[in-house]
Design a binder for this molecule. Structure first.
Ligand SMILES: [Zn+2]
Length: 246
């Protein structure tokens, strides 16, 4: 695995073809988790994948689409089209230096723009006859939201709940505040209401889900589950492409 701690000579010698980009967010995560929660989680998942694939682990893209949290201090965000352009430029620059695949490990559900953006980028590379593929890896895409250790479904454990609190208890327990909120506060709205209202307007403390059900063990198991699902997904994509295009 190579990282930004290596020299360009190291890259020249090993010529890695896969780059892994963790994509996080800097946004409120309730009163019990830090604003960088999505960055810490995405960085860990990305590092495990990069180690497994002997890839280039890129530094975390920390600031992304968090406009729905803007009324909570500490939140910083990009507009969605800015994020798409940043990803496009990263992929283009990697393509120019011989990379064949960019894996985006997305730790923030609000980055909806990534999906249509990479759908287009992959067609652009095809049209340019460039051997580059951008792959989006997130819990819902690779199937990790099912079959894991968590008690509550992802649809009701949306933000800073059982899953994210468990992961932070496993990865960075020193950053989890002792007073993990008790008693679930579930807004009487669905997630589409975040197109109109801020998260801290719909959920007073800023979390949406079940942080009281979190444990470090669930975090450990979920991290392993995510990486296994992501590797399966990549393998499935590779086999399908080989079957259909060769
Ligand atoms: Zn989060």
């Amino acid at each position: 695995m190579l990282t930004m701690s290596h020299t360009w000579r190291d890259f020249e010698q090993t010529r890695p073809q896969i780059a892994v980009l963790p994509v996080g967010a800097v946004e409120q995560h309730g009163s019990h988790l830090p604003v960088g929660t999505d960055c810490f989680i995405a960085a860990e998942f990305a590092e495990r994948l990069a180690l497994h694939l002997d890839a280039y682990l890129l530094p975390t893209l920390a600031i992304t689409c968090s406009i729905e949290h803007r009324k909570a201090l500490g939140t910083v965000y990009l507009r969605a089209d800015t994020l798409a352009l940043v990803i496009r430029d990263i992929a283009d620059s990697l393509c120019e230096s011989g990379f064949k695949q960019l894996l985006i490990v997305n730790g923030h559900g609000g980055n909806y723009i990534l999906k249509p953006a990479i759908r287009e980028f992959n067609r652009d590379y095809e049209d340019r006859q460039a051997e580059m593929e951008v792959v989006l890896l997130a819990g819902a895409i690779v199937g990790a939201n099912a079959g894991g250790p968590n008690q509550h479904p992802a649809s009701s454990d949306v933000h800073a709940g059982e899953k994210e609190t468990s992961l932070m208890l496993h990865l960075h327990p020193e950053l989890v505040r002792e007073s993990v909120p008790g008693g679930s506060v579930l807004p009487e709205v669905d997630q589409s209401m975040l197109d109109y209202l801020d998260m801290t307007e719909t959920c007073a403390d800023g979390y949406w889900g079940y942080p009281e059900s979190a444990s470090p063990e669930k975090g450990r198991l979920f991290a392993e589950h995510f990486v296994a699902c992501a590797l399966d997904y990549l393998d499935k994509l590779k086999r399908l492409k080989a079957k259909l295009r060769n």
